[in-house]
Structures are given as structure tokens and as C-alpha cells.
Design a binder for this molecule. Structure first.
Ligand code: SME
Length: 161
């Protein structure tokens, strides 16, 4: 079976998320395997928005370990509190970085990445299970439209995590 997403490429970013989120939820409906779910979410977002890197890091002990992603090879492990991902985990908050070269402690997995958004994956019980990390080759690519919509996917979604 091959699935493809249905999206009007001429629509605004906000409209694209409105079109995509129900499709993502439909694709993973009834699925309980976390790798299957996270791989699907990263594939859909990456295809729809042509991001540079779209993927997950998952908490294991005091580290984040790279999980399902789309894009170039990236760092495998990030310590709690380190980089944008480790900070989003430690502070349990989404972080938008308009210019990665101005973010102290940013971990550069690729020199092509210019801006970034990281959203913590928070379970129904409030535990951080990992983060969604998206990178763009454009400066200032992410805003509150991304934050609000990606938080809908990542925070307190129960099964999607
Ligand atoms: N830039 C991230 C590291 C992960 S890569 O961007 C895929 C950070 O500073 O945590």
C-alpha cells in the first residue's frame, strides 16, 4: 500500500497545517507502535513543507537519542540541557530559533541549517518523552503558526506519542 498526502501547495502555512493534521491522525489511527507513528509524522511534515530536517529525539536516561527522521544524518545523542533540543526537554517548552548562529549552545548537525523549531513531546501524564526537531535552510522560517500546530501534535496527544 502506498499512501500520499493531500495538500493544496498554494495554501497558506496555517491552511496547510489544517489540511495535514487530520490526515496525520487518520494515518496513525489504531497504530500503537511508537516508531511507526513518529516515522509517519516526520515523513508527512517533511514532504508537506520541504523542511531541511524533520525528526524526533527520544529520551533515554539523561540523553536524547535520535529517533525516526527525514533528512541528512544528524547527531545521535544530545545531553539533557544541551543545544536547542536538550533545552526544550529541560525546560519543557517549545523553542523557536530564528538564526541558529545566534543561539548560544546550538548543536550544528549541518552547516546548511539556518533556523529551527523544537517542540517537546509531552505525555498525558506530563512527562517529556522526547522532542520534535525541525530545521530549515532559511533564516526565520518558524513562527507561532508552526509552534501552535506542532504543539497540537506533540503535547498531550496520548497515542500519537
Ligand atoms: N540543532 C539541534 C541538534 C539536532 S539537529 O538540528 C538535527 C540542537 O541544537 O539541539
Amino acid at each position: 500500500m502506498s499512501e500520499s498526502i493531500n495538500i493544496d501547495r498554494s495554501s497558506s502555512k496555517s491552511e496547510k497545517y489544517e489540511q495535514l493534521i487530520p490526515q496525520i491522525l487518520a494515518l496513525v489511527k489504531g497504530e500503537s507502535n511508537r516508531v511507526a507513528i513518529l516515522a509517519t509524522v516526520s515523513a508527512v511534515l517533511h514532504e508537506a513543507f520541504d523542511f531541511f530536517w524533520t525528526g524526533f529525539y527520544l529520551v533515554e536516561g539523561s540523553e536524547l537519542i535520535v529517533g525516526p527522521f527525514q533528512g541528512l544524518v544528524a547527531c545521535l545523542r544530545i545531553q539533557k540541557g544541551k543545544g536547542v533540543c536538550g533545552s526544550a526537554w529541560e525546560n519543557e517548552q517549545s523553542i523557536i530559533v530564528p538564526d541558529v548562529y545566534k543561539y548560544p549552545g546550538h548543536i550544528a548537525c549541518s552547516a546548511l541549517s539556518q533556523s529551527e523549531i523544537v517542540i517537546p513531546l509531552i505525555s498525558d501524564s506530563g512527562k517529556v518523552l522526547g522532542v520534535l526537531d525541525i530545521d530549515s535552510t532559511e533564516l526565520d522560517a518558524f513562527d507561532d503558526v508552526d509552534r501552535n500546530n506542532l504543539e497540537k501534535l506533540c503535547i498531550h496527544r496520548g497515542k500519537i506519542l
